[in-house]
Structure formats: C-alpha cells, structure tokens
Ligand binder design. Sequence first.
Ligand code: FSX
Length: 393
Amino acid sequence: MIDADKLGSGLRDGGISRRAFLKYCVSLMSLLALPSSLAPAVAQTLAKVKRQSVIWLSFQECTGCTESITRSHAPTIENLIFNFLSLDYHHTLQAASGEAAEAARKSAMDLSRGKYLLIVDGSIPIGEGGVYSTIAGITNLEMLKTCAKDAGAIIAVGTCATFGGLPKAEPNPTGATSVSELMDRGMIAHRPLVNVSGCPPLPIAISGTLAHYLMFNRFPALDDLGRPRVIYGNTVHERCSRLHFYEEKKFAKSFDDEGARKGWCLYELGCKGPLTHNACATVKWNDGTSFPIESGHPCLGCSEPGFWDRGGLYRNLIPEQAPGDIVAGNNTQTTVSRATTSIALALCATKKVAPFDNTENSGWATAKPHNMKMCSPSTTASLLSFIKTALRI
Ligand code: FSX
C-alpha cells in the first residue's frame, strides 16, 4: 500500500514517471470519450485527489475480479490507483481477520458516513434466509444492507455482482441475486450505483470508473443496464480484429480447420461478440497483449446478463440475433436485415419490453434492460414477421 496522502505522490513513490502517468491519462480520456487535450489537466487533477475511503465486500464469486485489478505480475497504473485508495476493508486483501477486521469496517463506516465508496463483487444469496454465505456471523445480505445504507455510492464489480453471474446459473440453488435487483426490490438502500460487468471486468473498466468517480464525484453516463457507456457502448463484434472475415462470410467451422488457422471469424463456433458489450477488442488484456478472439477463442459474452445459461458457450447465435445480413452456420437460408432488428428493438423499447426470450431455440437472448419485461417467443416472432412484411423483406 502507498502511504502518501495524494495520488500524485503515491504514483511517484510507486516508480511511475509523470510521462507514464500522462500516457495512462490519454488512454483514460479516449476510454471515457473525452478530448485527449484534457489529459494534462486530468493528470493534474487526479494527482491532487485525496485518498477515498473504500469498503470492498466479496460475496459469491471466484476472486477473479480482485485478481483482474491487482494483477501481480507487474506494477501497473491501474493497480497503483487501486492501491492508493484507502481500502479500509477487503475480504481478500486485508491482513486483519475476525473481530479486528469487523472493527475496521465499522470504524471506516463511522468515520466516512455517507461518503465511503462501497465496492461489491460476487452475488448475494437470498435463498433460505441467506444461510448459504455468511461472514462474521451475519448473512451477506445483512452485511450489504448495513454497508449500503451509509455509502456515498456503490460500484458492483463483475458479472456476479452486476447480473448474478455463475452463482445465478440454473437452478440457482442459493437464490443468488445481483446488487441492482436487491435495490430494485427495496431490499437494500437506493444509492448511486454503477455496474462494471465482465467475468472478470477489464482492469481499466474498474480503474477508469474509479478514476471518473475520484475526479468528478459521480459516475460516467450509463447504459440501460447501468454500465458506463464509454466502456460498454459498443459490441465486441463492432471492434473485432476478425470483423472483415465475418463480412466476407469466412467462418472457421472447427477449432483446427483451415479457416481457424487463417484466423477466420469464430461466429459459427459460438462467438457471442455480436451481442456482447465490452471494450475487450480495443483495450485487450494483459497490458494490451491480446483478447480471447484474437487468441483463437470465441467470446463467451461474460459481460452480459445470464451468460452461463443462454444457449451454451459454443452454440452459435440464431441469425435473428446476428448483426447485419448474415448467412451462417446451419441456417444458411435465413437472412435478417439490420433494419428489422433495429426497428424491433425500437418498437419494443416504446413498450418497455425486450424482444427476445431465452428459449432453447433462441439460445442466446438479447441483454434485457433491467426495467424491461421479456416478450414471449411468440410475440417476438410475430413482431419480427410483422416488420418483415411491412418492409417487404
Ligand atoms: Fe464473478 Fe468476481 Fe467472474 Fe469471478 O469477484 S464475475 S466468478 S471473475 O470473481 O465475481
């Protein structure tokens, strides 16, 4: 941990040069869709930021989210920013245990009442009164309730905390629930909330959201699922390095065929890039080295709700869910225009419903905004057929 009071001195002590910090700020500006000319001013502001008190609660999860931001193989600016926070309570990283750890949490809550940042990873089990996971003798729900009440804001980190993730996979034996759902159901206090999804999220998605909060004391603009638009505004497909093969309809049919060796599109091997909103294709992983699709593996759609249950990780999307005029897989006779899908989405939005349901047939459903109800498959089918007839396509 860095002891300096200000982020600037903390970074200096951590061996980060001003030049490297400026470079980080330039990439942050581009990620946050702000002009890069602002980078020096942002670097100056960030350098003066004081330590923010953070209480980090980990519930049903695999610790991948903490691993993502603290990657220990090399010091990065992301983890130095993370280290700079006054991490007053963190289940995985704190040295204290038992009563001392709980005393630290209570004291941080008293000292920074209404101001501390609450970070939650993992889903919250509410089945059977929450008995499936307890910490310090209380259920996860009880701990979250207590901490949420006086938090300045909440960051849900990882798909488990944002949408339920793996613990919520059918049949969801523990009653795993996301932070936003608990808030919507009035089971925890309403506080400003941002969802940083991904299993795990990109390190810069976490540090960028944190940096934005430290600079402006609020979160960036959010999408319908409560995620920062600047990070989750585009699909992986739109920025994919294999996109030109998709457009040329060159698809690998197996992981070891000629197409796979030539780097063709992985759509027919189950790639969920077309429906997955994330910045993996631009920011990449391991300090910008690569991302799954570039390394030959289809996108699993880990930043979308329900990704474990929707259609199987290696089953391809049905054409209605593909962007543009695609002819692919076993459905070579079917084409659906981008216009049809967009109009369907727009019509459904006016009715506050999401267009595709999670049926065995559809496999992967469109991410459902949390304030929308799903259309039944038959309503979806009639809607699409109505639009196609009207457009004569
Ligand atoms: Fe879930 Fe995170 Fe996946 Fe793991 O904390 S989003 S299982 S990477 O660890 O919660």
